[in-house]
Design a protein around this ligand. Structure first.
Ligand SMILES: Cc1ncc(COP(=O)(O)O)c(C=O)c1O
Length: 479
């Protein structure tokens, strides 16, 4: 078939750019959470693929009619669920260019620009975070992947295990490996442990204090106990910004334990880490210089379309030792002079994700990014104050960043079970209104509503509107 890419982009590119422009300009009018039931989208789509070519106009028309009513608008200023990932114009343009290039950055040779931009953009990012040059970075898709890679590297650092070569089946009478993380850690830590062959039994959850932070003395106790019982402690995963409450584990104290026990310390800062570019928030990374690796996701709070996750580590060599396998057909003349990123992870092929970092950092400048995140932090504190000052609500966790955990405490409802049900109904009512999207967690058995303020389009007026919706729905339910 004759290639018509250039002609088609010339003729139809505007159609899509205009469509995307309209999508953003009308964003405020969309229900944040679609009013869709399971199967609603699927039943409108033909079972069989079309035999004949279809016009872009027809595709766009179905995008509007079939897809849009089933889309949750993560880009909406009142999307305050989970941890947001909101895209910005430089992020979208970078994706467009990346798709146009369509390179596979497995080797330096397979795309020199991708390999070298990744090095430079990550070094910029390292400087923005105030990290020392001891850290080297690599881009993966998601934090789950970054953490899994870190756990495998931690495993590889045990020279007397040789699991890469022998596998676990090849170990004779060696103590089983144990990984430690807090009760509040993300499920990706356990998934990483599953993939690395540590198994769920190999993950020991450490108690948290009343502010949901890992208790270092409990960690030390667990390590000592495990050693006495024949386990081999090998990795600790601390969290800076836990998923439920954004609590910050005391990394400095945890690092001291890891150092004295000779254990790899990985820090999961998937959401909160980016906030450390704000000078007054740099304390978030206290202790990080003593960590072996840590992950943070620019796609969560740095306005890049999902996905882009960054792993920083002090042990580039161990990562390579863990993963590098170079078949003849991937050997190149430059192997000794360059970084071939395929050597540092499970995946061979790699998208040109560094374009997103480069475009976004250049477009906003470090000052612009700091200003946006600082505003989110301010708005988060404001919302937290409103909740704290209202007799109808209570905070269920501190608000160190811009994630607010709270519940309603209606006067006439007394049992915990009923309060939980009320709060679930309150959250559902807000979400069903289409005016905002909030999500939940459970803290000490209490159904907890979370408001997360980290979307690039979220302004003070949106935060006020969400508070008003909360009050309105609360009044309706208590009438
Ligand atoms: C603290 C933390 N770690 C890891 C993850 C997993 O992130 P990803 O979806 O990039 O794998 C999340 C997701 O929200 C998270 O909150």
């Amino acid at each position: 078939m004759k290639d018509k890419t250039s002609k088609n982009i010339k003729e139809s590119g505007k159609l899509f750019i205009n469509w995307v422009e309209k999508y953003f300009s009308e964003m405020d009018n969309y229900p944040v959470l679609p009013n869709a039931k399971p199967g609603d989208v699927k039943k409108q789509l033909p079972i069989n693929p079309p035999k004949k070519s279809e016009e872009y106009e027809e595709i766009i028309s179905d995008l509007e009619k079939i897809i849009m009513p089933g889309v949750t608008h993560w880009n909406h200023p009142k999307f305050m669920a989970y941890f947001n990932s909101s895209s910005s114009d430089p992020g979208i343009f970078a994706e467009l260019v990346s798709a146009a290039f369509n390179t596979n950055g497995m080797l330096w040779k397979s795309n020199p620009a991708s390999a070298e931009l990744e090095e430079v953009a990550l070094d910029w990012f390292r400087q923005m975070l105030g990290l020392s040059e001891n850290f080297w970075g690599i881009i993966y898709d998601l934090a789950s992947t970054s953490t899994m890679q870190a756990i495998v590297a931690a495993r590889e650092s045990l020279s007397d295990y040789s699991i890469r070569d022998k596998g676990f089946g090849g170990l004779q009478n060696k103590p089983r490996l144990r990984l430690y993380t807090s009760e509040q850690a993300h499920s990706s830590i356990e998934k990483g442990a599953i993939v690395a062959g540590i198994g769920l039994e190999g993950v020991r959850k450490i108690k948290v204090d009343e502010n949901f932070k890992m208790i270092p003395s409990e960690l030390q106790k667990a390590i000592t106990e495990d050693k006495a019982n024949g386990w081999k402690p090998f990795c600790v995963v601390a969290t800076v910004g836990t998923t439920s409450t954004t609590s910050i584990d005391p990394v400095t104290e945890i690092a001291a334990i890891c150092k004295s026990e000779n254990i790899w310390l990985h820090v999961d800062a998937a959401h909160a880490g980016v906030a450390a570019i704000v000078p007054e928030m740099r304390y978030l990374l206290d202790g990080i210089e003593d960590a072996d690796s840590f992950v943070l996701n620019p796609h969560k709070w740095m306005f890049m379309p999902i996905d882009i996750s960054v792993l920083f580590t002090k042990h580039k060599g161990i990562l390579k030792q863990a993963f590098s396998i170079i078949p003849d057909y991937l050997k190149t003349d430059e192997d000794d002079e360059v970084t071939n990123y395929m050597d540092y992870g499970i995946q061979l092929g790699r998208r040109f994700r560094s374009l997103k970092l480069w475009f976004v950092i250049r477009h906003y400048g470090t000052e612009g990014l700091i200003e946006i995140i600082r505003e989110h932090l301010k708005l988060g504190q404001q919302f937290s104050k409103w909740i704290n000052e209202s007799s109808d609500f209570e905070l269920l966790a501190p608000t160190p960043l811009s994630t607010i955990c709270f519940r309603a405490i209606p006067e006439n409802i007394k049992t915990e079970k009923e309060v939980n049900e009320f709060n679930k109904n309150l959250m559902d009512a807000i979400n069903n209104s289409g005016k905002a999207f909030l999500s939940h967690t459970v803290l000490n058995g209490k159904f907890t509503i979370r408001v997360v303020i980290s979307g690039i389009r979220t302004e003070e007026k949106h935060v006020k509107e969400v508070y008003e919706v909360l009050i309105d729905e609360f009044k309706k339910l208590t009438k």
